[in-house]
Design a protein around this ligand. Structure first.
Ligand SMILES: Cc1ncc(COP(=O)(O)O)c(C=O)c1O
Length: 487
């Protein structure tokens, strides 16, 4: 019977994977442990102390969490940064979870783990003889290449040729095969085309497509959502409301934290943001933009648009100007004079371009809904300026030295002057329209069925999808037991 044959071949793969993990002393963390590292055995913690955050050491699988304490090398509270009114210009409190302290310096390593782990422990991917392919606009393929290196398996990173030099340099250093597709940030169709070519020609490759793999949003539902909740409980005042969650969508994995938060805080507004220069969610629009990591001229399969209350489009020029304001000496001095405390000034380089875009989305949401000091809006500082130093150099070369006058203009125009424009609250039909837009990418181009698409409109579909994590965790526990990995 075919099912028996398939099960046997999966068991054969599993045996090979177990042998590999035994030889490399690999323990796979559960999603529950990444959500709450207090569940990680002390013996793992003891060994982790001598492992650097970016080291290619399988123990770093346990650091795919929001809780890394860079001081001790162990775990602590969730890493976050609250931005003061002197920066945001709004009364509402704006707080971002900090992605820099993940291995690779970006939170996308979690999405890669979410896609890889379930297939690894079920024998659906063979790390010994197959290559893991990571189609991405940048950080996801870096995360995937990192996770692959920890397992000692070969990785193929696909990303547009126009992405920042830092990403390409790092991928080369970790030994990934790099395929650069035409275009920049929003050219995801070209990435899909490359995936089809690989599917046809290279039988040794398995594609982990973050845009349609539910391990991606499931990882965020399980870890990012509770991380936001934990920070909220820690910083809230008596009358505080968790009023908003804003996430710029690339693959639309991160925004799934909003599905978790909706269950806990039903009045929360979940806002998807994107680049004004490529306003696909706002206007079915298209275009090139400079907010690396987001906005891809399509609605990802894994985006639960029914749970999205609003969309905000952010001008990429504002992001580039704020990047300079936060990182150039004249900008830092001006913000200091405006009353921003030294500790916050020092922390501003934690925001990369899409983090700044997320912050501006949170400002728009706060302005649109007229939020006050009892409202907290959460967002994600996905990666830091470390990924964009070359962009700062380019801006300096093109626009000249950054001085006081420019800093003043940027503060007034991009932060204080940020309005609630290009912001749309989504009614039922507008959400349905976004859902229907998936048809043209996923059914017409990528071979999904209309029936599968219809299922994505059902709230129960998403509940069941996220509930799978418990089963995956059990499989991971069983897998580790077979490896003999009692940490
Ligand atoms: C820098 C950066 N910001 C934001 C995102 C968007 O996150 P998501 O893909 O979960 O929507 C990505 C995704 O790759 C990213 O690399």
């Amino acid at each position: 019977m075919p099912t028996t044959t398939a099960a046997k071949s999966r068991e054969d793969v599993l045996k090979k994977t177990i042998k590999l993990c035994r030889e490399r002393r690999i323990v796979v963390p559960t999603f529950a442990q990444l959500k709450d590292p207090r569940l990680i055995p002390a013996s793992i913690g003891a060994r982790l102390k001598s492992v650097g955050l970016w080291d290619v050491d399988p123990l770093n699988l346990f650091r795919i969490t929001w809780h890394n304490d860079v001081g001790s090398g162990l775990f602590g509270g969730v890493n976050f940064l609250e931005l003061p009114c002197a920066i945001t210009g709004v009364r509402a409190r704006i707080v971002g979870l900090v992605g820099k302290y993940f291995p690779t310096g970006a939170h996308k390593v979690g999405a890669a783990f979410g896609c890889l782990a379930p297939r690894l422990v079920t024998g659906e991917f063979d790390p010994v003889s197959q290559k893991a392919v990571w189609p991405s606009t940048g950080n996801y393929c870096r995360g995937g290449a990192f996770d692959s290196a920890l397992l000692g398996c070969a990785a193929v990173a696909i990303l547009p040729e126009g992405m920042s030099r830092e990403r390409f340099d790092w991928l080369k250093s970790i030994g990934a095969e790099v395929i650069a597709t035409p275009g920049t940030e929003s050219n995801v169709k070209e990435i899909y085309d490359k995936c089809w070519e690989i599917r046809k020609k290279r039988k040794d490759c398995v594609i982990f497509n973050q845009f349609d793999e539910f391990g991606n949003p499931a990882w965020h539902y399980t870890t990012t959502g509770p991380a936001v909740e934990e920070v909220f409980e820690r910083i809230r005042g008596k009358r505080c409301r968790l009023a908003g969650y804003v996430s710029a969508t690339g693959s639309a994995g991160t925004i799934a934290a909003g599905d978790y938060l909706r269950k806990k805080f039903p009045l929360l507004r979940v806002c998807a943001s994107e680049a004004l220069q490529c306003p696909t969610l706002l206007l079915n629009g298209f275009g090139e933009h400079r907010i690396e990591g987001i906005g891809d001229k399509h609605v990802p399969w894994v985006h639960n648009v029914r749970n999205t209350d609003a969309v905000a489009a952010i001008d990429d020029e504002d992001c580039m100007r704020v990047l300079r304001l936060f990182n150039e000496a004249a900008g830092q001095k001006l913000l200091g004079r405006e009353g921003v405390k030294p500790a916050v000034l020092q922390a501003l380089p934690l925001l990369g371009i899409s983090s700044i875009s997320n912050m501006l989305g949170a400002v728009k949401l706060a302005k649109y809904y007229e939020l006050d000091e009892n409202d907290v809006v959460f967002t994600i500082f996905t990666d830091s300026v470390e990924m964009y130093r070359s962009r700062l150099v380019e801006l300096g070369q093109r626009r000249g030295e950054y001085g006081d006058a420019q800093a003043g203009l940027d503060l007034e125009r991009c932060l204080r002057g940020q309005a609630a424009d290009h912001f749309k609250e989504l009614g039922y039909y507008e959400r349905k329209a976004l859902h229907n837009l998936k048809y043209f990418t996923w059914v017409e181009q990528q071979g999904k069925s209309s029936e599968a698409l219809r299922r994505l409109w059902d709230p129960e579909f998403w509940d069941e999808t996220f509930a799978q994590v418990e089963r995956w965790d059990q499989l991971i526990v069983d897998f580790n037991r077979r490896v003999g990995a009692t940490p």
